[in-house]
Design a protein around this ligand. Structure first.
Ligand SMILES: Cc1ncc(COP(=O)(O)O)c(C=O)c1O
Length: 419
């Protein structure tokens, strides 16, 4: 197995520059070998998850970081740790992935959608205010494509209505809001280490918070509810004399197994060591694309408000070429690919029009809660409108020459449609 990895390294080194270089440019391989040689491949006894949590908390300037096996299990655990109970309402944006919705339903709560700003694509606090009811318990602002939401306005609403704010920062790493690092503004923040993310270990996630009670509860929810889990400590077999006693009672919270394996932690830790560079590469790639479209009036990048920065998970752009050059979204995408560009991704469908939600597949799991819950087209008109127009340009280039060539392909495409 180890020699297979070595072979891949050699092959990758010889690859032509049209291919993105390997993702493991740091200590991933040596760390993985150390995990393999260790006795515990699980965080219950190992130290890699602990190291990752410590370094993640340090990097984000928070007291606690709790590792999870995805950026969805983080959301589910954060909602429950934040006090969301069956029948409560959780407000999330109309433009985001499905996971903010599914995590809410898995917490037996009711997803409520607030519309988004047409230029930043992030949740509109004015619509959040309209959607708050006596049953609202939490707000989940999503830092879409890497851009922070209007956190001050959301935190003011949360304070006025006693709501928990869980930042979904799966796509935003080291983004700034009013000059402050995003992640410590809400009560908790959720990150994903899924394959496409800034920091990746295949699958994984992290909750960060300054609040001990949220950290402890999130860790218990994600760790089978072991009673000896603490905000800062994920190992459970610390004292064998106690743990091996037949009378020992272990569990005081209803939990799941959402733990991150040590292997994933080792890879994520190595990526975290290079996170500034990883984020910078995405920002530089996004800038190249924005430069390429700067003289084009039908490709309008996501607006970055004064004081915020975007860590550009992708570059989100509104496409208005239907009117100005007579080419449809799909025609423009095909032309870009013909010119050597990578595929352009669409924004995901608004979550409530995904069949699993619009067809109410969730209703049967808790009929008394979901009996009157229905979602229809028109709920968030801005989100529905911009969703169809958004183009996401890939920024995950680990060779800026390659990114430059893709940006050149975009420029050529724009020029082609001009002539
Ligand atoms: C905004 C957002 N939230 C949540 C998730 C869920 O993360 P994961 O795929 O790690 O479960 C993702 C990524 O897929 C995401 O982009």
């Amino acid at each position: 197995m180890f020699s297979r990895i070595e072979t891949e390294t050699t092959e990758k080194a010889a690859m032509p520059k049209t291919v993105n270089p390997s993702k493991y440019l740091g200590n991933e391989l040596s760390y993985l070998e150390k995990v393999l040689n260790s006795e515990s491949w699980s965080a219950t006894g190992g130290s890699w998850v602990q190291s990752l949590e410590r370094e993640f908390a340090r990097k984000f300037g928070v007291r606690y970081a709790v590792a999870f096996n995805s950026g969805t299990s983080t959301l589910h655990a954060a909602l429950e740790a934040g006090g969301v109970r069956p029948g409560d309402e959780v407000i999330s944006p109309g433009l985001t992935v499905i996971m903010d919705t599914t995590a809410t339903i898995h917490a037996n709560a009711i997803p409520v959608y607030a519309d988004v700003d047409p230029e930043t694509f992030t949740i509109d606090p004015a619509d959040v205010a309209r959607k708050i009811t006596p049953r609202t318990k939490a707000i989940v602002p999503v830092s879409l494509y890497g851009l922070p939401s209007d956190m001050d306005a959301l935190m003011d609403l949360a304070a006025a209505h006693n709501l928990t704010v869980i930042e979904d920062n799966a796509q935003a790493v080291l983004s700034l809001y009013k000059g402050k690092l995003l992640g410590a503004i809400g009560h908790m923040a959720s990150y994903s280490f899924e394959n496409s993310k800034h920091i990746s270990c295949g699958e994984g996630g992290m909750i960060i918070t300054d609040d001990e009670k949220y950290a402890e509860m999130a860790r218990k929810i994600g760790g089978h509810g072991f009673k000896n889990l603490r905000a800062e400590e994920g190992r459970i077999r610390l004292n064998q004399d106690v743990f091996q006693d037949p009378d020992y009672k272990r569990h005081d919270v209803l939990g799941w197994n959402y733990r991150l394996p040590e292997f994933n932690a080792a890879v994520a830790l190595s990526q975290l060591e290079r996170v500034d560079e990883l984020v910078e590469m995405r920002i530089k790639s996004a800038r190249m694309f924005m430069d390429a479209m700067s003289y084009c009036d039908y490709l309008i990048p996501q607006k970055t408000p004064e004081g915020s920065t975007n860590s550009y998970y992708t570059l989100g752009v509104i496409y208005r070429g239907d009117e100005s050059i007579g080419a449809s979204w799909k025609e423009f995408r095909k032309a870009y690919i013909r010119n050597g560009g990578d595929g352009i991704y669409a924004a995901w469908s608004v979550p409530y029009l995904e069949p699993v939600i619009s067809e109410r597949q969730f209703a049967g799991r808790y009929p008394e809660i979901y009996e009157n819950v229905r979602y229809e087209k028109g709920l968030c008109p801005v989100a529905e409108n911009v969703q169809k127009k958004i183009m996401q340009f890939k920024t995950n280039y680990r060779d800026l020459e390659l990114a430059a060539r893709k940006a050149e392909a975009l420029k050529t495409t724009i020029d082609d449609f001009r002539s």
